[in-house]
Design a protein around this ligand. Structure first.
Ligand code: 5AD
Length: 552
C-alpha cells in the first residue's frame, strides 16, 4: 500500500530521486512554482526544504504527543508512544525540544476542534524559525478533514487517521527524506489492526484494552461513525491473551474500550452463549460472553471495567454477568444523552426514557451498591425547557453519581446538521450549569454518606506532590486520597481505608491499621540521572473523573 499523496501537483508519482535527494529534486521541480495550485506550491516548498529531522546526524529523534479528547484518543496516543519508541524515538516532555510533534485530536465537539487548530497555529509559527520540526495531526480531526487540513493550516507535515498509527514511523521516514506533506487516513476495514500498548500499560496498575473500534449506531448528533468507521472487533482469544499478559506484568485493573463496547461480537466465533442471552433479541451481543471468558481465563485480574456501553445492549445477559462476576467493578458509565423521549427520538438513540430506566433498574436490583454515571447533551436542536426539565428529573430518578455534560455542538456530516441549532448559546450554558448543579448535589450527598465507612481502594499512584498521600479508586469509581501512609509503598495494591472527609468530587481517607501493618515500605531509590525521562504517573492516563467539570 502506498501513502496517498496530499498534493495533487501535475506529477502524481514521487520518484526515488526526489525521496533521496530532495534538494536536487527541488531544482528539477522548480517549474512547479509557476503553477497556480496552492498544493503544488506547497510541494515545491517541501522539496526545497532540508530533510526535517536528525536522521542525517545520527542523533535519536525525539517526539512529543499532545492528546485531546476521550479515552479512545488517550489509548491511541499510547499506541503512538509504543510504535515511536519501537522505531527508536525517545519521548520529550517539551514539544519545542522535539523533532516530531504529534497532536492527537478529537472532533466530537467543535470546541475541541478549535483548540486543535489554535495549537496547530501556535506550532506553525514556531516552525517558521524551526523548519526541521515535523508536525503531525492525528486522530479524529485528521480522519474527518484529511487533505483539507493542509489547506486550512500551514506547517502540517502529516495527517494521520486513527487506523494508520502503525504506519507512523514509515511515514516519518518518508518525511525525513524530504517527502511533501502526506495524508494517510484509510480505514482498515478488510484486516482491522488493533495495536497493543503492552509495555506502556504494564508500567501502571491500570490499563486499557481496545476490544472493538468504530460504531454502527447512527445517533444524529455524532461524528464518530464518520471518523472511526463501522464496527470491527478483536478476536476474544487475542483479548484474553493480552489481558493475561498485562496481569502477568503487574496490571490489576483493566478497562475494556470501544465506542459501543457492549455491542462486541467475537469475529472468531469462539464464545459460548452467555446465560440470559437471547439469540432473537436484536440488541443482544456477545459482550457478556466475553466478560465471562476473561473472568474465567484470567483469574489474577482484580478489577474489570468497560466504557462506553450503549443502553440498547444492556441486555439481560449483561445484567446476569454483573450479578455473577465479582471481578466486574460496581460502576457503569451508561450515556443516556437526554431524559426526554421527544429528544431521544430526534437523537436516534433507539430507546425511550422508560426503557433506559427499566434496564438500569434491573441492574441495580441485582447489585444495589452499583453506581451509575452518564453523558448528557444539553441544547440539542428543538430542546424546550420541558425537555430539559425531563433530563433533570431523569438525573434525579436514576441518581447518577457522575456525569459528563456537553452543550450540543453541530458537527459536519451528522444527520442532526439538517436540524436548526436553535437553542441559543446562553441558554445552553445556563442548562449545563443547572445540570451540573443537580449532579453535584447528588454526588455531594453520596460522598458525604460515605464518611466514616470502610472502603477498599485500588491505589493507582502517588497523590498530589508534597502531600505524602496516595490516590486511587473504589470499585464504584469514587476517587480516594489516602493519607497516613508515609514511607509505605501502596502503588498497585488494594487497601482498606477509613473515609474521613468528603471533598467536592472525591474522598479523603486514612489507611486502616490492618492495611498499614500489611503494607510494604517504600524502596530506597537511587537518585535518577538528571536527564532520565520522567516516569508517567499511574493516574495520569485516567480520564473519567466522577463528575466532569466542563462541557461542550
Ligand atoms: N455535541 C455535543 N456533545 C456531543 N457528544 C457527542 N457528539 C456531540 C455533539 N455533537 C457527547 C455525547 C457522547 C460524548 C462522548 O460526547 O454525550 O456520549
Amino acid at each position: 500500500m502506498h501513502a496517498r499523496r496530499a498534493c495533487k501537483g501535475p506529477r502524481a508519482a514521487w520518484t526515488t530521486e526526489e525521496r533521496l535527494f530532495p534538494a536536487t529534486a527541488a531544482i528539477i521541480a522548480a517549474p512547479l512554482a509557476r503553477c497556480n495550485s496552492h498544493e503544488s506550491k506547497k510541494r515545491v516548498r517541501a522539496l526545497a526544504a532540508p530533510p526535517p529531522f536528525c536522521y542525517m546526524s545520527g542523533a535519536m529523534p525525539r517526539y512529543a504527543i499532545t492528546t485531546f479528547g476521550c479515552q479512545m484518543n488517550v489509548h491511541d496516543s499510547e499506541r503512538m508512544h509504543e510504535v515511536l519508541r519501537h522505531a527508536g524515538y525517545t519521548e520529550s516532555d517539551d514539544p519545542r525540544a522535539a523533532d516530531v510533534v504529534v497532536l492527537n485530536t478529537c472532533s466530537v465537539r467543535e470546541k475541541a476542534e478549535q483548540k486543535l487548530l489554535s495549537e496547530v497555529g501556535r506550532l506553525a509559527k514556531w516552525k517558521q524559525t524551526h523548519p526541521e520540526m515535523v508536525l503531525v495531526v492525528a486522530g479524529c480531526v485528521a480522519q474527518q478533514e484529511g487533505e483539507r487540513l493542509l489547506t486550512r493550516s500551514s506547517g502540517i507535515d502529516l495527517v494521520l487517521g486513527p487506523d494508520n498509527i502503525p504506519e507512523l514511523p514509515r511515514l516519518l521516514d518518508d518525511i525525513g527524506l524530504g517527502a511533501p506533506p502526506l495524508v494517510r487516513t484509510v480505514f482498515d476495514l478488510e484486516a482491522p489492526r488493533f495495536l497493543t500498548a503492552l509495555s506502556v500499560a504494564a508500567s501502571a496498575p491500570t490499563a486499557f484494552v481496545t476490544i472493538m473500534k468504530g460504531c454502527n449506531e447512527r445517533c444524529s448528533f455524532c461524528i464518530v461513525p464518520y471518523t472511526r468507521g463501522p464496527e470491527r472487533y478483536r478476536p476474544s482469544a487475542e483479548l484474553v491473551a493480552e489481558i493475561a499478559g498485562l496481569v502477568e506484568a503487574g496490571v490489576r485493573e483493566v478497562t475494556l474500550l470501544g465506542q459501543t463496547v457492549n455491542s462486541y461480537r467475537d469475529p472468531s466465533s469462539e464464545l459460548l452463549r452467555a446465560p440470559g442471552a437471547s439469540p432473537d433479541d436484536p440488541d443482544e451481543s456477545e459482550f457478556a460472553a466475553l466478560l465471562r471468558r476473561i473472568a474465567a481465563e484470567v483469574p489474577g485480574l482484580v478489577r474489570l471495567r468497560y466504557t462506553s456501553p450503549h443502553p440498547r445492549h444492556l441486555t439481560p445477559s449483561l445484567i446476569e454477568a454483573h450479578a455473577d462476576l465479582s471481578v466486574l467493578a460496581r460502576h457503569v458509565h451508561l450515556p443516556v444523552q437526554s431524559g426526554s423521549d421527544r429528544i431521544l427520538k430526534r437523537m436516534i438513540r433507539r430507546y425511550t426514557r422508560a426503557e433506559y430506566v427499566a434496564r438500569v433498574g434491573s441492574l441495580v436490583a441485582r447489585l444495589p451498591d452499583l453506581s451509575l454515571s452518564t453523558d448528557i447533551i444539553v441544547g440539542f436542536p428543538g430542546e424546550t425547557e420541558d425537555d430539559f426539565a425531563a433530563t433533570l428529573s431523569l438525573v434525579r430518578e436514576v441518581g447518577f453519581r457522575g456525569l459528563f455534560g456537553f452543550k450540543y455542538s453541530q458537527r459536519p456530516y451528522t444527520p442532526a446538521r439538517k436540524l436548526a441549532d436553535d437553542v441559543p448559546e446562553a441558554e445552553k450554558s445556563e442548562r449545563l450549569a443547572r445540570l451540573f448543579e443537580v449532579s453535584e448535589e447528588l454526588l455531594g450527598a453520596h460522598l458525604q454518606g460515605l464518611v466514616g465507612s470502610r472502603q477498599r481502594v485500588l491505589v493507582e499512584g502517588a497523590g498530589k506532590e508534597g502531600t505524602n498521600a496516595w490516590s486511587g479508586r473504589t470499585e464504584r469509581n469514587e476517587i480516594v486520597h489516602v493519607a497516613g501512609a508515609e514511607g509505605l509503598d501502596l502503588r498497585g495494591t488494594i487497601v482498606e481505608v477509613v473515609i474521613t472527609r468528603a471533598n467536592k468530587h472525591s474522598l479523603q481517607a486514612e489507611l486502616s491499621d490492618e492495611a498499614r501493618a500489611a503494607a510494604k515500605p517504600l524502596p530506597v531509590v537511587p537518585a535518577a540521572p538528571v536527564d532520565a525521562p520522567k516516569p508517567r504517573a499511574a493516574g495520569e492516563r485516567r480520564s473519567l473523573p466522577i463528575v466532569a467539570a466542563g462541557g461542550g
